[in-house]
Design a protein around this ligand. Structure first.
Ligand SMILES: C=C1C=NC(C(F)(F)F)=NC1=N
Length: 205
């Protein structure tokens, strides 16, 4: 994984799209996203066979565009379908165990403070997600918007570590996140709901 892979990190699940999620993903891939995370959450989340089939279809679309395909939380599925990696939160399995299970794959970790950042870096994470930077519509149990202050601090403490900002990021505030030191921005709604994804994605870079 290169730091530039984090430039426009699209995250999506079936709950985030009104249109067909696969056509949204293909349009986003055509429009220049640099990384994709399948984050299947919510009351109507796909489960079992349907979830795996959907994941495999997303994976093959990403492969067509040579874009890293990341699974949120589900380490077992990521291993089973040989995804390019996983993104995990603080509540998931110990990072050391995930790192062991996914040697050579991308392991991303959500961090919210200096202690979590220190543990993620020491534990072998390939990148960290910091947020929510702004108010988010996409995560029901999100912590309050933190702004860019912790992101700036993390960049100061870890000048060369891959960091992506997440939470309420749009074409209107992405630049602030990058100026604060993020390698890129993770986006759900701004891309899912865009009427011109090519333009939106260019304005996030
Ligand atoms: C809760 C999350 C926090 N950060 C990220 C990412 F942007 F990928 F780092 N993904 C998530 N699912």
């Amino acid at each position: 994984m290169k730091r530039s892979d984090l430039a426009v990190y699209f995250i999506m699940g079936t709950e985030n799209c009104k249109e067909n999620p696969l056509s949204v993903l293909e349009d986003a891939l055509k429009s220049g996203i640099t990384m994709f995370q399948l984050r299947e959450k919510g009351a109507k989340a796909l489960k079992g066979e349907a979830y795996e089939t959907f994941a495999l279809t997303c994976q093959s679309l990403c492969k067509e565009y040579a874009i890293p395909f990341i699974i949120n939380d589900d380490v077992e599925l990521a291993i089973k379908i040989n995804a390019d990696g996983v993104h995990v939160g603080q509540e998931d399995k110990p990072l050391a165990q995930i790192r062991e299970q996914l040697k050579g794959k991308i392991v991303g970790v959500s961090v919210h403070n200096e202690e979590e950042m220190k543990l993620a870096v020491a534990g072998g994470a390939d990148y960290v997600g910091i947020g929510p930077i702004y108010e988010t519509q996409s995560k029901a149990d999100a912590k309050p918007a933190a702004g860019v202050s912790f992101l700036s601090k993390a960049r100061t403490d870890y000048p060369d570590f891959p960091i992506v900002g997440i939470g309420g990021i749009t074409t209107n505030n992405a630049l602030e996140v990058l100026r604060a030191g993020a390698d890129g921005v993770a986006v759900i709604s701004a891309i899912c709901q865009s009427s011109n994804r090519g333009q939106t994605i260019n304005q996030l870079k």
